[in-house]
Ligand binder design. Structure first.
Ligand code: 26Q
Length: 798
């Protein structure tokens, strides 16, 4: 859209006046933010209405992305940028004498996700709109997002994230006309109707009202706006007598109260199952209703609708879809089943077996009695069909949905859909040859790879404005619309002035972060030091502890020889641990105690600092990532399905220090071996150890004095105030044989860290590497990832 600065100022003042009854000088940042958001809404409302109308008229095929998590972060700047008025707004605010950054900070992060999976879902929403595809999100409107993390005495403390705050969600629109009922519990039996057909009769079910709230997803400068639909629960008016007490009402509200804060280990909690079913059923019901308005036959719904299952959390979808088609719309089983398979597709995000969802059959049957019957029927038919084809019994046993009284959700998603994809090349290979190999044998045609991507606009234009301006100066501004133009930067690796400009840009970002570090931790860090960053959820497989082992080594070496010639280093961490994940919380405590020890030690002469930034979230990522020199991507090879922060660091010019895991491999393919630092075992070496059972961490500990010296410092008092945590870590590494091979990879990691020092000493060389990383990062735009999903899985038209 087009609006002049003058017009914008008038519109803004009017909105502030009408909505908040106040004038600019008297308004708080929050009032200014709300007025700005309201103005933006006014600007886009017609486009939004027209888009929905056009899609209905064109009878376009629509993809629905079902995800229990969406993690967009703040929306204000993205919305302004995508409408094409971010610069206008910033200039207008400057003229009004208002601090734009303060106003933008008044928006609470929309943190309805844990990490990578939720952030990817949000990225896909942006990219669907930007590429012009009709793609809508379907999720839950949690009242509390991912917990807020505080660090107290070195320990993680979790506080509720009440993100609606005083403003509510300024972007959402409640859609009363799309309210549907969702049924839970009760008894279901089958009875013949007049035509002799068996129909289900429900007794004593609990009926809930599912209320949709739509959040607009604005495409980048293209007049396209899609919907992210988030469901909330309410008690139906007709049933209010069933809920006479506050407690009984609260029990219902609990369904959408909180996002589960676990991001890799699965626990069979009833409320979680209800959440999953609630959003899936509500979403599918409205999808079918809106399809039928087109007057087309339900058997052919797959021609107009795709339903994507993001990880197994919405994997009840095939069964619920069958229930709706058969029970509510009278389709025959086989017709319904064909329609279901052609409609559904599924993305797997993990190979960790402890993260694969399996529900206890009794629990499932109690909560969802009719869906349970349908799952049994799907399972029976699946088993019978394979047996009839002569498939080996073990394979049938390994792939069926219901066994040992558990319902395997990934199996339902694979059997009930036409596509299964992994999120990076290596990950997809591992699914085929290991985790899902029997399914690959049965359905090779269903398997495909879709390497993850990121919304480049957020990580450059929004998070790194100085970098973006410098890129404009070097290659022109065309890359802002067509990210592949970034490749032109490769022509400038020999241009010392350009390299120096990019160096200065990085310094500006580092200064901004250094200021934040000082404000929040009271630590002064030098921007001449290497900013070495590991930010991601805390998990044993991601190996934050390996990073810690190396820091301890550096510390001990410097204590022994304070004149040691190392490049000053600031190690920066940000990580939330799942509240019930004891080991992960112990690692946080140890990092904080190590930071206390190191940061106050003057004998280290500023050569080493350790910073733990609390409450890592999308907004903090926007501050940290552009300021990084080194991106730590050090998971045990085979464990990180893809990683996506690795792509963000690359795009803003950090050098990746990585194992050959997930998308790191594809980053290496893009930048070339000389522009990344790789260490450690590859996946084959790791699998070799598994096959031979020959890893023995205690052997390494006993035979290698350096390793012993480092590991002992957890238990010999070197790191103070964490006796029990130190012991827990020691035992994990030595007594429990070091599940993630830290000690095996340690020497190679230390060597790689030395290489980082050497490379950084040569500023020209370093900046050449950095520039090539930026120049080739276009490979990881989620716009292209979504184009692949649209063409190869959903069969959509832009
Ligand atoms: C499951 C059951 C009960 C409660 C919670 C969960 C749960 C919630 C979230 C399980 C897993 C998650 C999140 C997983 C996740 O973020 N995976 C990451 O997905 C990214 C996007 O594909 C990848 O880049 C990462 O490698 C992967 O770890």
């Amino acid at each position: 859209m087009k609006v002049t600065k003058e017009q914008f100022i008038r519109d803004f003042k009017d909105t502030l006046h009408e909505e908040q009854l106040i004038k600019v000088p008297a308004a708080t940042d929050t009032e200014l933010f709300v007025a700005l958001a309201k103005l933006i809404r006014k600007y886009y409302t017609n486009t939004w209405i027209n888009r929905n109308k056009a899609l209905t008229e064109e009878k376009a095929k629509v993809a629905y992305y079902f995800s229990i998590e969406f993690l967009p972060g703040r929306m204000l700047e993205t919305n302004l940028l995508n409408l094409g008025i971010l610069d206008t707004a910033k200039e207008a605010f400057a003229e009004l004498g208002v601090d734009f950054d303060a106003v933008k900070s008044a928006e609470h992060d929309m943190a309805l996700g844990n990490g990578g999976l939720g952030r990817l879902a949000a990225a896909f929403m942006d990219s669907l709109a930007t590429t012009g595809y009709p793609g809508f999100g379907n999720g839950l409107r949690y009242q509390y997002g991912l917990f807020k993390q505080r660090i107290v005495d070195g320990y993680q403390v979790e506080l509720p994230d009440s993100w609606f705050g005083s403003t509510g969600n300024v972007w959402e629109v409640r859609k009363d006309h799309d309210i549907v009922d969702v049924k839970l519990y009760g008894n279901v039996y089958l009875k013949s109707n007049a035509e002799g057909k068996l129909v289900p009769v429900y007794e004593g079910a609990q009926i809930l009202k599912a209320v949709p709230y739509d959040v607009p997803q604005i495409g980048f400068e293209n007049e396209v706006i899609n919907n992210l639909r988030l469901w909330d629960v309410e008690i139906p008016q007709e049933n209010e007598l069933d809920y006479p007490t506050i407690e009984s009402r609260r029990a219902i509200q609990d369904i959408t109260a909180v996002l589960y804060p676990d991001d890799s280990s699965y626990e069979g909690k009833r409320l979680r199952l209800i959440q999953e079913y609630f959003m899936t059923s509500a979403g599918l019901q409205t999808i079918i209703k809106s399809y039928l308005k087109q007057g087309l036959p339900l058997e052919e719904i797959y021609k107009k609708v795709s339903v994507h299952i993001n990880d197994t959390h919405p994997a009840v979808a095939p069964a619920e879809f069958m229930r709706l088609l058969i029970d509510d719309y009278n389709l025959e089983w086989l017709d319904a089943w064909q329609a279901t398979i052609k409609t559904m597709s599924y993305t797997n995000h993990t190979i960790l077996s402890e993260a694969l969802e399996k529900w206890d059959a009794e629990l499932f049957k109690t909560v969802l009695p009719r869906v349970y019957q349908i799952i049994l029927e799907i399972d029976n038919r699946f088993v019978a069909e394979l047996a009839q084809k002569g498939v080996a019994p073990e394979i049938i046993e390994n792939t069926r949905i219901v066994k040992d009284n558990m319902i395997h959700m990934a199996h339902l998603a694979i059997i009930g859909g036409h596509s299964v994809n992994g999120v990076a090349k290596l990950h997809t290979e591992l699914l085929k040859e290991d985790t899902l190999k029997d399914f690959y044998y049965l359905y090779p045609e269903k398997f495909n790879n879709k390497t993850n991507g990121i919304v480049q606009r957020r990580w450059t234009q929004i998070a790194a404005p100085e970098l973006s301006k410098t890129i404009d100066q070097v290659i022109g501004a065309g890359w802002r619309k067509d990210i592949h133009e970034l490749r032109k930067l490769q022509d400038f690796v020999g241009d010392d002035q350009v390299l120096e400009d990019f160096y200065q840009v990085k310094q500006v970002a580092k200064e901004r972060l250094a200021k934040y570090i000082y404000q929040t931790t009271n630590q002064e860090v030098s921007t001449d030091a290497i900013f070495d960053v590991q930010v991601k959820r805390l998990h044993a497989y991601k190996r934050q502890l390996l990073n810690v082992l190396h820091i301890i080594k550096r510390y001990l070496d410097l204590k022994e020889n304070p004149d040691l010639d190392v490049v000053p280093r600031v190690f920066i961490f940000g990580a939330k641990a799942a509240p019930g994940y004891h080991f992960a919380k112990s690692v946080i405590k140890v990092i904080n105690e190590l930071a206390n020890l190191i940061n106050k030690d003057a004998t280290l002469k500023g050569k080493l600092k350790v910073i733990f930034l609390e409450n890592y979230n999308v907004s903090l990522a926007e501050l940290i990532i552009p300021a990084a020199d080194v991106s730590e991507q050090i998971s045990l090879a085979s464990k990180e399905a893809s990683g996506t922060s690795n792509m963000k660091f690359m795009m803003t010019g950090a050098i990746t220090l990585a194992t050959l895991d997930g998308a790191n491999i594809e980053i290496k393919d893009e930048v070339g071996d000389d522009n990344i630092v790789i260490f450690g075992m590859d996946k084959d070496q790791v699998y070799d150890h598994y096959a031979k059972h020959d890893y023995f961490s205690r052997g390494l500990y006993e035979s290698n004095p350096m390793i012993r010296r480092i590991v002992d410092s957890f238990v010999n008092g070197t790191i103070p105030n964490c006796q029990s945590e130190g012991m827990e870590i020691y035992e994990a590494l030595i007594t429990h044989n070091d599940d993630y091979f830290l000690l095996e990879d340690l020497e190679s990691y230390i060597e790689a860290q030395g290489k980082i020092d050497d490379l950084y000493r040569n500023r020209q060389k370093w900046m050449q590497m950095s520039l090539i990383n930026i120049a080739t990062s276009d490979k990881f735009t989620s716009d292209d990832t979504i184009r692949e999903y649209a063409k190869e899985i959903w069969n959509l038209e832009s």
